[in-house]
Ligand binder design. Structure first.
Ligand SMILES: [Zn+2]
Length: 174
């Protein structure tokens, strides 16, 4: 098990567009496993490769509720095939924006095509929290954060607070 450092906003690496994975091979499987360990440790319900400094189209999610068995999903090259007209608003958080939350409205159901960890093409229908979580993680692959869905005023407040916390946490030169 390997825990990867999670990049906190504001950071230019969170703004990059991720590249498609050519093939889900051992290297990609290892990254998926490490990302899942990192996500559970955080703890969080989703993580995208750009959040650990890899500009690749890979996300992991697990939206199982407390007391339910884990339901990990390892997803490469996700593509949304269908979105519901119905939207749902969820108070979202993000491991790259620690301790900040905001209401974001997104389609409440989606159909997705992706490559699984065996490099097989799969399709998945997701609704509710899982649909929200997958869309949030897919945004990271486009360099988009949940704060990009809210007013620039609120976004500015959150990003300034995070930048300030980062400066305070920076190691003192020895
Ligand atoms: Zn996030």
């Amino acid at each position: 098990m390997a825990l990867l450092p999670i990049i906190v906003a504001p950071d230019p690496r969170l703004k990059l567009k991720a590249k498609a994975v050519t093939r889900v091979d051992d290297r990609v499987r290892r990254l998926m496993a490490d990302m899942l360990d990192t996500m559970y440790d955080a703890p969080g319900i989703g993580l995208a490769a750009p959040q650990v400094g890899k500009a690749l189209q890979i996300i992991v999610v697990d939206c199982a509720r407390d007391g339910e068995p884990p339901q990990p999903l390892k997803i490469a090259n996700p593509e949304i095939l269908w979105r519901s007209d119905e939207v749902m608003t969820v108070n979202e958080g993000c491991l790259s924006l620690p301790e900040h939350y905001a209401d974001v409205a997104r389609p409440s159901a989606i159909r997705l095509r992706y490559l699984d960890e065996q490099n097989e093409i799969r399709e998945l229908e997701a609704k509710g929290l899982l649909a929200t979580c997958i869309q949030h993680e897919m945004d990271h692959l486009e360099g988009v954060l949940f704060v990009d869905h809210i007013s620039s005023l609120k976004r500015g407040i959150i990003l300034r607070k995070l930048a300030k916390t980062k400066r305070q946490k920076s190691p003192v030169p020895a």
